[in-house]
Design a protein around this ligand. Sequence first.
Ligand code: GLA
Length: 385
Amino acid sequence: MTLSAPELVTAFTNRFGREPAGVWSAPGRVNLIGEHTDYNDGFVLPFAINRSTSVAAAPRRDRTTQVHSAFNGGSTVSASLDDLQAGSIQGWAAYPLGVLWAFEDHGARVPGVDLYLDSDVPVGAGLSSSAALECAVAVMANELSDAGLTGPELAALGQRAENLMVGAPTGIMDQSASLLGEEGHAVFLDCRTREAQLVPLDLAGNGLTLLVIDTKVSHEHSTGGYAARRTSCERGAEAMGVAALRDLSLADLPAAAGILDEETFRRVRHIVTENDRVLAAVDVLRGQGPAGLGALLNESHASMRDDFEISCPELDLAVDTALSAGALGARMTGGGFGGSAIALVNSDDADAVTAAVTVAFAAAGYAAPAVFTVLPAAGAGRVQG
Ligand code: GLA
């Protein structure tokens, strides 16, 4: 956190002239494997990371909500809950206000609130700063409104806010990771049944480090490529006569090649093989442990680069350089078209991989990447008050 929970309480009190009722926090996420499979009813294996968004909040007597963000240049947005409608708020405030709108749309009555936010999840880096913000507000609103919703129900409200208030046609993975994560574990989620299982992910105990390489190439999922991929998947499922691409297996691919156009086939092949890799990764984690994940991570990246075409030169350079410098496996993570790659490395090699990537980016004339370590952390909840 940029501001600690006690500092956030002080900042809230200075801004609003009274004390907050509490501080709630929700983490960003790294997706270990299972990319673009969530909206295809498939499998994902993300984990909540030790970077989060926190919100100090106090209910008001009226229906006004004021949201102050310390991390967006210190701006404040004010709105009446009665005026909120799908798509009515633009910019960063669409995430917190969208969640309050989704609560009320779901039938819960939320009080007007004063909110003070801060975050250390980098924006646009593919680490789900948006889900962290949504989920921090969701756990806060759940408590202040006594709605009593479960983690999966809160995840669905966060996704609804993102789909209908922000206008990004994203799936359920990010909010699920942020709400259901546990320290030292990944979240294996079946996005059709919404059944979640925690899978041990003990990196340090295995002498491993997971590096995030933020390429600083910013992406947005409310525009362009993400929605186009989703449409291709839906078209592919329809042509194959299934409800979702989850319903296809590797054995269906030869038939799909004869039915689908070349591009749609490659999109479909990515989803089908990626679902298979998620299941394999869960088996590896439960058996051999995380050191055995390398090949699956590499295959996932190749599939996203060649079949799904959501990588970019900076992500490919990050992955290739990390592997040349000794990483056990590497892949882009998140929605793609920029953002971050992850590299699984023996902890002794972390500095060498970091240095190699930094040098390679400079040599290519790219902006300097940010390379840092993440750990599987606990999901969203109240942290003070
Ligand atoms: C973004 C979306 C998720 C998921 C990933 C790709 O993070 O928010 O729902 O689709 O992209 O796996």
